[in-house]
Design a binder for this molecule. Structure first.
Ligand code: S3P
Length: 430
C-alpha cells in the first residue's frame, strides 16, 4: 500500500534534541556476524528498519535463533557450518546490503539457497559480487548469468583471491571478505578509493585477525569467529537529514545525539564545514569499535563548494540531502565522480534533480553528478519518493523551507531506514 502525505510547515525554527536510531550498515553486519559465529551474540541499538529486518528473516530461515526486544537483539547460532538448508527462498526486500553481503556469506556455506528481493533489487547490478565470488570458486547461477537476482547459490569450497576492486563499493569489499573467511588461503583486496570499513572493524570485534593498510586489506581464511556483544551507534546517514534541516531552516538550533562518526562515513561533516555551516561536535570518549558523538547544529549562511573524488564514498548516501543543502548555499555546488548514484535504490541523479526542479531549484544533472546554483526560495510541489527512502526524506526536509505544501507520494518506503523519521521531524518542528 503506497501512502501519500501532505507536509505543511510555516517555515519553523527547529529546536530540540533527537537521538539518532541505529546505523543500518552496522545493524546488518551485527546479525550477519552473530549468525556466522557459534554461540550467543547480543546487539544493542539495532535499527528496526525494514532492510535490517530482512537480514534477520534470512538468517532465521537458515536456522539461526534470533530474538528482538526493542532495539536489543539476541542471536543464538549453531555457527555457519551447521546452518539448515532453507526450505524457502531468502527474501531480501529492498536491501542491497543484505543481498550482496549474503551472496558472499552463502557462497562458502554448506547449504543451497535462492535469494531474491523487490522490484528495485531486481534492477540493481549483482555481477560486481558474483564475478569475484566465482573467481573464488563460488557456485552461483542467476538471471542473465548472475547479473541480476534471483541468485541461486550452492555453498562450495572456496579459495582465496587477490582482487583489485573495479568499483568503490563497501558491499563488494564486504561480500569478498565474508567469503574469504571460509576460503583456503589469504585473500587480498585492493581499493582505489577507501570505502566504509564497518566489516573490517566488526571482524576484529569478533576476534578475527585482519590487516588493512593503505587501501590493502588481507584476511586469512579458516579463522573462527567468537560470539560477542555489538553496540550499534546511530546512523550518520539518518542524522544527515536533520543536520541539513537545522542548517537551512532559519533560526534553528538542534542537537543530535548518538551519531556514528566513523571517518569513512563522515563526508557530510566535511561538506558542512566547507560550506560554512555552524555546528559543534562532542565526541563520545569511551573506547568503542565505532566512534560516535553528539552534534549541535544551528542555521547559518552557506556557500557552494565542489564535492568530488575520495570524498564521494564517504557521503554517497547523503548526496540527495546534500543537494537540498546546496539549493540554499550561495553560488555553485558541483557534485562529480558520483555515477554510483545511478545504481542505488533508484537512479538518484534523476530522482534528486527531478524532485528539486519541481520545487523550483536551479539544478542540472550531469553524467556523474549534478550542478546546483543557489540560494533559491523553494516552492511546494507534488513529488514522489521513487520508492527510495532517502529521496522521500529529502523531499520531507525540503518541505520545512518551501513556500506552500509538499505532497509526497509513496512515503511509506521511509521505514526502510528510519521508521521514526516523521515522529522526530514533529519533535523539532513544534
Ligand atoms: C553500504 C554500502 C554502500 C551504501 C549502502 C550501504 C554497506 O553501498 O550506499 O547504503 O552497508 O556496505 P555500495 O557498497 O554499493 O557503495
Amino acid at each position: 500500500m503506497s501512502q501519500s502525505i501532505t507536509l505543511t510547515y510555516q517555515k519553523p525554527s527547529l529546536s530540540g534534541d533527537i537521538k539518532i536510531p541505529g546505523d543500518k550498515s552496522i545493524s546488518h553486519r551485527s546479525v550477519m556476524f552473530g549468525s556466522l559465529a557459534k554461540g550467543r551474540t547480543t546487539v544493542s541499538g539495532f535499527l528496526l528498519g525494514e532492510d535490517c529486518l530482512s537480514t534477520i528473516d534470512c538468517f532465521r530461515k537458515l536456522g539461526v535463533h534470533i530474538e528482538l526486544d526493542g532495539n536489543d537483539v539476541a542471536i543464538e547460532s549453531p555457527g555457519v557450518a551447521d546452518w539448515n538448508e532453507p526450505s524457502e527462498i531468502l527474501y531480501t526486500g529492498n536491501s542491497g546490503t543484505t543481498t550482496r553481503l549474503m551472496a558472499g556469506i552463502l557462497a562458502g556455506s554448506n547449504v543451497f539457497s535462492v535469494m531474491t528481493g523487490d522490484d528495485s533489487i531486481a534492477k540493481r547490478p549483482m555481477q560486481r559480487v558474483t564475478a569475484p565470488l566465482r573467481k573464488m570458486g563460488a557456485k552461483i547461477s542467476g538471471r542473465e548469468d548472475g547479473k541480476f537476482t534471483p541468485l541461486a547459490i550452492e555453498g562450495a569450497a572456496l579459495k582465496a583471491i587477490e582482487y583489485d576492486m573495479p568499483v568503490a563499493s563497501a558491499q563488494v569489499k564486504s561480500a569478498i571478505l565474508l567469503a574469504a573467511l571460509r576460503a583456503e588461503g589469504k585473500t587480498t583486496i585492493l581499493e582505489s578509493v577507501p570505502t566504509r570499513d564497518h566489516t573490517e572493524r566488526m571482524m576484529r570485534q569478533f576476534g578475527l585477525d585482519i590487516t588493512s593498510t593503505n587501501r590493502k586489506i588481507t584476511l586469512e581464511g579458516g579463522q573462527e569467529l567468537k560470539a560477542t556483544h555489538v553496540d550499534v551507534p546511530g546512523d550518520i546517514s539518518s542524522a544527515a537529514f536533520f543536520l541539513v534541516a537545522a542548517a537551512i531552516a532559519k533560526g534553528s538550533r538542534v542537537t543530535l545525539e548518538n551519531v556514528g562518526l566513523n571517518p569513512t562515513r563522515d563526508g557530510i561533516i566535511e561538506v558542512m564545514e566547507k560550506m560554512g555551516a555552524d555546528f559543534e561536535i562532542e565526541m563520545e570518549d569511551r573506547e568503542a569499535a565505532e566512534p560516535s558523538g553528539t552534534i549541535h547544529v544551528r542555521s547559518s549562511q552557506l556557500t557552494g563548494i565542489v564535492i568530488e573524488g575520495s570524498l564521494i564514498p564517504r557521503l554517497i548516501d547523503e548526496i540527495p540531502v546534500i543537494a537540498l543543502l546546496a539549493t540554499q548555499a550561495k553560488g555553485k555546488t558541483i557534485i562529480r565522480d558520483a555515477e554510483e548514484l545511478k545504481v542505488k535504490e533508484t537512479d538518484r541523479i534523476t530522482a534528486v534533480v527531478e524532485t528539486l526542479k519541481k520545487m523550483g531549484a536551479n539544478i542540472e544533472a550531469t553524467e556523474d553528478g549534478m550542478i546546483i546554483e543557489g540560494p533559491t526560495q523553494l516552492s511546494g510541489a507534488e513529488v514522489d519518493s521513487y520508492g527510495d527512502h532517502r529521496i522521500g526524506m529529502m523531499a520531507s526536509i525540503a518541505s520545512l523551507i518551501t513556500e506552500g505544501s509538499v505532497v509526497l507520494n509513496n512515503s511509506d518506503c521511509i521505514s526502510i531506514s528510519y521508521p521514526e523519521f516523521f515522529e522526530h521531524l514533529e519533535t523539532i518542528s513544534k
